[in-house]
Design a protein around this ligand. Structure first.
Ligand code: MN
Length: 296
């Protein structure tokens, strides 16, 4: 697969006429590389994640063993976002405008970060195009600060901004938060499924709790540090005791089956030299979300 092609396929293109039509195929799902890296607070390198995930995606097979179905549609890779030389504010405005266009064109757009800040314009655009949305937020962190290190448009403030777009948010996998964030969760009764509760759960009743708090249309944002570092080692701010692979898949499958997933992102990955686990897991996760949506 050549990344020089303006719109290559995330997987191998389908054989036959579809292969030639990949870059104009409006029936194709899309992944959208957003290598934004401005406000990361500890480990750098998330700007390299979208390209690494797309390259890993090219290695994936066109068959889903869990659902026993072929993956018989194309997944185009949209033009990577170029953030050089502009302010964060301008970046996010441009992403919002482009997202509206992409959401109208493709059945499903999955953005690949880059830092979590990109979720702010993506949720705004989704609410604009599809109508009111709830947000399923998978993350080790609450991300509810109004400011972090003097910045408001920071990856640590994502859910603060998202909650100005919609009050319907559910956070899953949280295990790191500040005193004010803990107070805010209580005061605003923001639904949280803690990582410790998923780890100890004897069944999937926690998934019912997630669904109870989500409206008909849902945007899914996945900070890869929501996973346990044994599953996804490459993140900027790793926390032990995170979500394991199959519980997250069960969650995403139920949400895709019971709600309309209108958009999603996978953010904050940091490719590690010599250990491609992070980008392969992220690529598989992206494909799983697309398969769950298509077969719902
Ligand atoms: Mn996080």
């Amino acid at each position: 697969m050549s990344l020089a092609n303006p719109l290559p396929s995330f997987l191998e293109p389908l054989p036959g006429p579809a292969a030639a039509a990949v870059d104009t195929d409006a029936s194709a799902d899309a992944v959208w590389p957003l290598p934004l890296e401005r406000t990361v607070s500890y480990g750098a390198g998330t700007a390299a994640a979208p390209d690494a995930i797309v390259r890993a995606g090219a290695e994936l097979e066109r068959y889903d063993e869990e659902l026993d179905v072929p993956i018989d549609w194309n997944v185009v890779v949209l033009k990577a976002y170029d953030e050089r030389g502009i302010t964060v504010e301008t970046c996010l405005e441009k992403i919002e405008k482009d997202a509206r266009h992409h959401y109208r064109k493709h059945p499903f757009v999955l953005a690949l970060g880059g830092e979590h800040t990109v979720t702010i314009p993506l949720v705004r655009a989704a609410a604009d195009v599809f109508g009111p949305v709830g947000v399923l937020h998978i993350d080790a962190h609450a991300d509810l600060r109004s400011q972090y290190q003097g910045q408001s448009l920071s990856h640590a403030c994502v859910m603060h901004h998202v909650r100005t777009v919609t009050p319907d948010t559910v956070s899953v996998g949280v295990r790191s938060l500040s005193v004010p964030e803990a107070a805010r969760l209580r005061e605003e009764r923001i639904p949280v499924v803690w990582a410790k509760d998923v780890a100890c759960a004897p069944d999937d009743v926690w998934i019912d709790r997630v669904l109870e708090n989500l409206p008909e249309r849902v945007y899914v944002t996945i900070d890869l540090d929501g996973f346990d570092p044994s599953v996804i080692p490459g993140v900027g701010t790793p926390e032990p005791g995170g979500l394991l692979w199959y519980p997250v898949l069960r969650l995403l499958r139920r949400v895709a089956a019971c709600r309309r997933v209108v958009g999603a992102d996978i953010v904050e990955g940091v490719p590690l030299p010599g250990a491609p686990v992070t980008e392969f897991a992220a690529a598989r996760l992206a494909l799983k979300l697309m398969v769950y949506r298509r077969t719902a």
